[in-house]
Design a protein around this ligand. Sequence first.
Ligand SMILES: Cc1cc2nc3c(=O)[nH]c(=O)nc-3n(C[C@H](O)[C@H](O)[C@H](O)COP(=O)(O)OP(=O)(O)OC[C@H]3O[C@@H](n4cnc5c(N)ncnc54)[C@H](O)[C@@H]3O)c2cc1C
Length: 408
Amino acid sequence: MPDDDSRFVIIGGGLAGAKAAETLRAEGFTGAIALIGDELERPYERPPLSKGYLLGTEERDKAFVHPRKWYAEQRIDLQTGTPVTALRPGEHEVELPGGQRLDYRKLLLVTGARVRRLDVPGAGLPGVYYLRRIEDADALRAVLVEGARVVVIGGGWIGLEVAAAARRHGAEVALVTLDPPLERVLGPEVAPVFADLHTEHGVRLHVGRGVETIAAADGHVAGVVFDNGDALDCGVVVIGIGVIPVTELAEQAGLEVDDGVLVDAALRTSDPDVYAAGDVANATHPLLGVRIRVEHWANALNGGPAAARSMLGQEVSYDRLPYFFSDQYDLGMEYTGHAPPGSYDQVVFRGDVRGREFLAFWLSDGRVRAGMNVNIWGVTDDIQRLIRSGEVLDPSRLGDPRVPLAEL
Ligand SMILES: Cc1cc2nc3c(=O)[nH]c(=O)nc-3n(C[C@H](O)[C@H](O)[C@H](O)COP(=O)(O)OP(=O)(O)OC[C@H]3O[C@@H](n4cnc5c(N)ncnc54)[C@H](O)[C@@H]3O)c2cc1C
């Protein structure tokens, strides 16, 4: 355990940062903790921003990781609205706006990710929205209303969840994507489940279309124009085309960066006293044997604490399997594992795919690499066990709902 008079600094006031601070105290660290975030709000969780909070079914307050007073009670020096401007590992210090310096003994980078911007004429017009921060959700809540004409650009998780929320609010929704929705994540076998879901709920899909311009009338969004000249009229455009890890501080500090801050299985960067976790970390995964950068809630929830334990000198090998979830209309799903298109050779379904109550397994060489449960719950542990075991399975038994997962 480091000395009581040493300071640990956490840069990034998101879920990973808040959970790391919590873990440092829970593990008995009594020194100073500075948790520095550039957003005005204290740490909050982002999933509700495209689900319950956007739908208006969940209170704003429910999104916050801890009550405001918790930080003072835990002697965590939470500084919001404070973008860290420099990290100097050689001097063990960070620089804050105005030139103030703060020294550290150990430092955690949890600067997360920012939205990828669409680079077309008109993308900066009023009426164009992105969704990452709570104020983005506030702005969207005001415009996703009955009768609004909305174009969502991007067929990933955020685009689809926004489309679902907009439909629930009675908006007319068109979804514009280059690839079929979610195909680049789930592959062509499973992705159509989501395209069908949205079509059935009245979303008009425009697949294979690039947006060339966002058109204006009276200084406000009036439509989108495709690369073949076709156009869609609308008053709201929501862009969800992915995120980019926030690595500037790490790069300037001379840390190794390649699609995120590179860390080992103990979440250590190339500097022995600097760690990284959450969306910004590109980590060596001890079980999967590859580097992965995971942009999901559970990785912030578990990775922040793992980094904190590592900072305290504990033996850490962060081998959590990637996990994420989504809710759209009446479909709830969880995905566990790592099987991007190109890495698997077989998909096995189990259950009622048309009725949207099923499991899907992605296999390579007969081994389960990932599993997804749709409107079936309590199976994540079983799916994890199947992946971790690395055993070659009989696909017909895997796909047979009469064979309990526990017996596979
Ligand atoms: C709308 C939305 C819905 C989502 N839904 C799901 C879901 O259903 N399931 C799921 O698994 N995942 C979901 N995610 C992803 C999940 O929220 C992220 O994986 C998670 O937020 C990552 O947490 P983080 O702490 O690593 O980074 P972030 O949440 O990005 O937090 C990093 C913080 O650091 C701040 N920061 C950056 N640079 C500096 C600096 N120089 N100084 C100070 N502060 C800085 C950033 O502004 C930010 O506040 C969703 C994300 C969004 C946006």
